[in-house]
Ligand binder design. Structure first.
Ligand SMILES: Nc1nc(=O)c2c([nH]1)NC[C@@H]1CN(c3ccc(C(=O)N[C@@H](CCC(=O)O)C(=O)O)cc3)C=[N+]21
Length: 296
């Protein structure tokens, strides 16, 4: 049996279109466009690529995109001063500080400076806390995108066994919180988990977010399970170049799973589409303009 491939790229394109279709209504009501500001420190090539595609997608959705490119040598104090300026700028609805930051900068200190109500990444402890207790806030883009794909595929998730492999603050933990909020029975597994294969084998929903290429094998997967592969690993393509690979052994998994996200073309594109969605939501909240929650 061959799994259905979950087309995250197409779903993300339709979400971006939905957002773009609402932007003019916001502009008419608020008298300005939604604005997203991205801050990148240093020259990491992968980060440069992501930041460029975020900027393009933001403009394509009719929003104002601003990018601050700072040198690798930027001090923590200077970065924090910039974030404070952005907090105070009424035209800025969303602030995204691209991670990872250079080693001499304390990421948590920078994230803690972002106004939680402009934190469209959902990384501030206030937003993590809001998610944990079920209050309205901002939810990290990657896990929220995963939930959208899961609900599109499965409808109601309640009662399903969900296993999240990975416990990072940006994917694993918020993913588990969201699945719990959808009434799944949630297990968070990680590199120290005993009998990881058995734990994965009980999952109706398996989310892999560990950052190890092809770690999850076909015989770890419950037949018919829905597999969400968050891994974005750059590996050797065997021809002197590189390619992207997920955390799941795709060739094996496709024979067992009911549905699976590919890498690339799965979760990755959803991350940027949800970022635009969060920015539009932020703009509505900050402008005090009512909006239809189901529509975005
Ligand atoms: N503050 C912050 N917020 C982030 O959301 C954030 C970050 N820092 N740092 C880096 C990670 C990574 N990330 C991705 C976004 C899009 C794709 C994406 O679109 N991937 C495409 C392929 C892209 C390619 O070909 O390289 C895909 O999977 O199909 C992947 C990864 C956001 N991140």
């Amino acid at each position: 049996m061959s799994a259905r491939i979950i087309d995250g790229k197409a779903f993300a394109a339709s979400l971006r279109e939905r957002v773009a279709a609402i932007v003019p209504a916001f502009e008419a009501a608020a008298g300005r466009k939604p604005g997203l500001t991205v801050v990148i420190v240093g020259e990491d090539p992968a980060s440069q690529v992501y930041v460029r595609s975020k900027g393009k997608a933001t403009e394509a959705a009719g929003m104002v995109s601003t990018t601050h490119r700072l040198p690798e040598t930027t001090t923590q104090d200077a970065l924090i001063a910039l974030v404070r300026d952005l907090n105070a700028d009424p035209a800025v609805d969303g602030i995204l500080v691209q991670l990872p930051l250079p080693k001499h900068i304390d990421e948590q200190a920078v994230i803690a400076t972002i106004d939680p109500d402009k934190d469209v990444d959902g990384f501030h402890v206030v937003n993590a806390g809001r998610l944990a207790v079920g209050q309205e806030g901002f939810v990290p883009c990657t896990p929220l995108g995963c939930i959208m794909l899961l609900e599109d595929r499965l409808g109601d998730l309640s009662g399903l066994n969900a296993v999240v492999v990975g416990r990072s603050n940006i994917v694993g933990k918020p993913m588990a919180q969201l699945l719990l909020a959808k009434s799944c029975t949630v297990t968070i597994a990680h590199s120290r988990t005993k009998d990881l294969q058995d734990v994965c084998g009980r999952a109706d929903i398996l989310v892999a977010a560990v950052g190890r290429p092809a770690m999850i094998k076909g015989d770890w997967i419950k037949p018919g399970a829905t597999v969400i592969d968050v891994g974005i690993n750059r590996i050797d393509n065997g021809e002197g170049g590189t390619k992207l690979a997920g955390d799941v052994d795709f060739a094996e998994a496709i024979e067992v799973a009911g549905a699976i996200t590919p890498v690339p073309g799965g979760v990755g594109p959803m991350t940027i589409a949800v970022l635009l969605r969060n920015t539009l939501v932020s703009a509505y909240r900050r402008a005090g303009v009512p909006y239809e929650k189901g529509a975005i």
